[in-house]
Structures are given as structure tokens and as C-alpha cells.
Design a protein. Sequence first.
Length: 201
Amino acid sequence: MCILLFAGRIALAIDLSSAKGTIAVDTYGSIAATADRSGLVRLFDITIPSRPAMLSSFTVPRELSGIALAGNSLLVSGQGGVQILDISNPRQPQLRASVELGADAPMVKAAGNLGYTAFGSTVVLFDIGNGEILGQRSYSELEVNDLALSADSLYVLSADTDSTTGFRVVKVPVKESLDAPISSWTSDSVLQAGLGRLSLY
């Protein structure tokens, strides 16, 4: 499988044929990371985009669903919460901290030293440096389907389990607290059943 990534203005094609089941990819600077559901994580040097070189391959002992790179930190989300790894030496990643939620965290995003994840209808803000939870807040009674960062804003997309009763998107400022939304959009339109989880792009 070939996954196309955009790192700045560089279109980077990485051959992930040996990483079957890859469910998450992220880039930061000259590093790319991939993860598959079983917990296999791979780090690549993408200094030369046409020739990515694998730096390390390791397994996180939990089922994964999301990944994010932030400087020398790698965040992996999934069963039980989020793990934060120090990748100062990308050939030997070390576990720095965990954000234990007692629930599955289907996604994770990073903005500077701030991390965002969610479980159920709750958004969780945490410190990437030490894993401390800085805040938790629900912006809707619907389940959080995805999170996205753009400039200084976090977008939260919520919808019901089968996406048939509409959805809600809220825009929240990126800061060390989960504040009230700057703005929000709600659709009560009935969507096609069976769409599953919705995503922001």
C-alpha cells in the first residue's frame, strides 16, 4: 500500500506494503511515524522523501487507533488511553508517561506541548511533557468522532454511533484549558445509516 503524506509542500510517498493494517500516519520535521491496530509502531527518517529510511520498529502493548508526533514526542492512542514516548533518539524510543482514561481513546492530536484525545462524548486535554490531565469537557451529548487542529483552534466533531441523527462541530481555542466554543455548527439532517465514524480533514 502506498500512502501519500504532505509535509509542508513535500508530497511524500512511503511504501508501507510490509506494514499491513496501518491505521495511522503522521509526520513532524524529518520524522514519519506509522501505527497499526495491533500495536506495531514504525519510525522513518524522511530527510530524503523519495528514500525513507526506517529508524525503529517496536510494539506498544495495547491495541492502537491513533498517532501524533510533536517535536521529540510520539503519542499513541487506543485501548485504555494515550501513551507518550520520548523519541529524542528515534532508534530507541522510551516511554515517558501515560494518560490513563479507563476507556478507549480513538484519536490523539498534538499542538505544541498540549495533547488532545477523547472518549465517549468527552474531550481530554493533557500535558505532553508529563501526561498530566489539564481538563476534560463535553461539548455535546454525542460521541466524539474526530478532532482536528488548524492554526490556533481545535475542531471537535461529534455524532451518534451510526451517524443517522446529524452531527455537531465546535471550534475551541488551543490553550491550557478547555474553554467554551468560539463557534459551532449543527446539522440535524438524517445521514445514511452505516456510515460509521465521521472524520475531519
